[in-house]
Design a protein around this ligand. Sequence first.
Ligand code: AMP
Length: 215
Amino acid sequence: MMRVVLLGPPGAGKGTQGELLARRLGVGRYVSGDLLREAVREGSAAGRQAQGWIERGELVPDAIVTGIVTGALSRDAGPGFVLDGFPRTIAQAEALAEFLGSRRARIDAVVYLEVPESEVVKRLVSRRVCPSCGAAYNLHTNPPRKDEVCDRCGARLASRSDDDEGTVRRRLRVYEGETAPLVEWYRAQGVRLLRVNGLGSVAEVRARVRSALGL
Ligand code: AMP
């Protein structure tokens, strides 16, 4: 059973590849952004605290996110999982290592999806998501069959409110400052770090991810 962290800037394809990888490994997938947006929708205490940061494209405080993600992991994670969007700071990575250590577990591999900034801005501003089933589309590279309608469930597609260009640029600055240093941190911890070129089609990147992991 494998425990994998997906790392990479917003728009690198973590959601798409995480879903494919989790299915391939037969493990659950934990997406911090989805868990946070769900908490906001439900209006829970954590969700109310998180909302402003999400809308501004800043990081939600470590304690809130860590609580939500480790809570979800302890409720239903099996021996393997794919983490997408978490950890995003060194403090979160330390909290995760401690949480796993208390269960005699550790991260087996970090898959680092590398995509240049100019490309991720393009991808995010043309991203559409299904508010009902969570499917993701791109108007240029992966459009729905019917304009603005989800292929899977027929709901009307939407843009994420934090996918406007200004907020995307802020999220990228935050990524560079807070999250990119995790690559070095995991390397120093001796965790298997797999750099994968995130450019190209979904199938091409999926093949690279699988071969990097030896699947
Ligand atoms: P994402 O869906 O991964 O792009 O995340 C959307 C937003 O949720 C981010 O811009 C942050 O405001 C918040 N968020 C998601 N994951 C984390 C995390 N691990 N730490 C802090 N904030 C997060």
